[in-house]
Design a protein around this ligand. Sequence first.
Ligand code: KG4
Ligand code: ZN
Length: 389
Amino acid sequence: MKILAIETSCDETSIALVTAREGFLTIHSHKTASQAEFHSQYGGVFPAMAKREHVKACVPLLASVFTEADFGEAELLRKNSPGEAQLLRIREILEREPELAEALLQFAQEASFPELDMIAVTNGPGLEMALWVGINFAKALGVLLGVPVVGINHMEGHLVSPILPEEILHTEIQLKNIPENVITLLVSGGHTEIIHMQDGRHKLLGETLDDAVGEAFDKVARLMGLSYPGGPLISKLAEEAREKNIAPIDLPRPMMSTNDYNFSYSGLKTAVMYHIRKHPLETNDDKLALALGFENAAIEVLVKKTVKAIEETGASTLFLGGGVAANKHLKHMLRQASKERNFDFYEPIPSLTGDNALMIALAAYMKFQNIPIKDESPTLTAIGMLPLA
Ligand code: KG4
Ligand code: ZN
């Protein structure tokens, strides 16, 4: 099954081209253009600007994906130029992204395309303006190539990302099996969720009642005068604090002892704000102590509730996914818990923690490996708050 996957839910434009069959995956190409640096000057992601950057990035990225895939003549489709009806339809689909329509049609005149079985595109959750660019681009490509387009849930992508053991190009890789009884901890800029996967079904056990954990990292970073995205910067400071044996600032652990799987991060952020008001950050060590105190508090609650979920459901395995899966302290604590409590721990490889199209390709393969692919183009829309099915 040859899949072209497209992800534009937030501030990364990403495209992957893979062939998947019977639990094996060949990555022909996987490219991501990050807008993070562009957004860092504004301290966050503005949807209209994210949309504009995605529009600019789509076709150049697709071109570089095809170059990297390096298909031989035999694998490429000798495609006639699009007919009048196709041209009209493509312009109609990309009505709100006319620049993208022109770039795509220009590219279509020069490029040879591989034969695809489906185009998979993230249709939520995320910023709707950003999601629409990927969706419309996918639909236009679907018309151009006569290929079905399917929508994939972004969180489903994060959820399956730990099954890829390594990212190497042009080589068949064996995917890990998904065990029968799994707890997943999904942690990103928009989500903090504990999910129980059993017999192919997902059940949301708990989630944040306010801010997501990644969002809390980003907001605390802003309070500390650090740039966006703040998660990696705070965790770097916390790591330095641990190396230097700096004592952490004592901060609350909201909902640590509640008898559920829910989280709350806005109180922790407010506690940081009050701390800074009372004790302005004057020295580098002040920053290190606060970053360490915040990271310890934020991660401790995640680990405690995740372990509780594993014990109470009898799950054999823990999956970790989402941007915050890059956090070294979180991974360290979960690895330790997995040794102590005797469960397996699958974490995504570093290149799959942030937003990427490879995880969307993986999720599409998992979803359609045993069912027929049906074109969803006519009804596919961006859903900002799309829940996991
Ligand atoms: O999954 P992702 O790339 O985008 C969303 O779908 O939200 O997650 C981005 C989030 C941001 O909040 C970012 O600050 C956080 O993940 N993040 C981290 C780290 N790396 C990224 N948070 C804590 N520690 C990190 N090392
Ligand atoms: Zn994400």
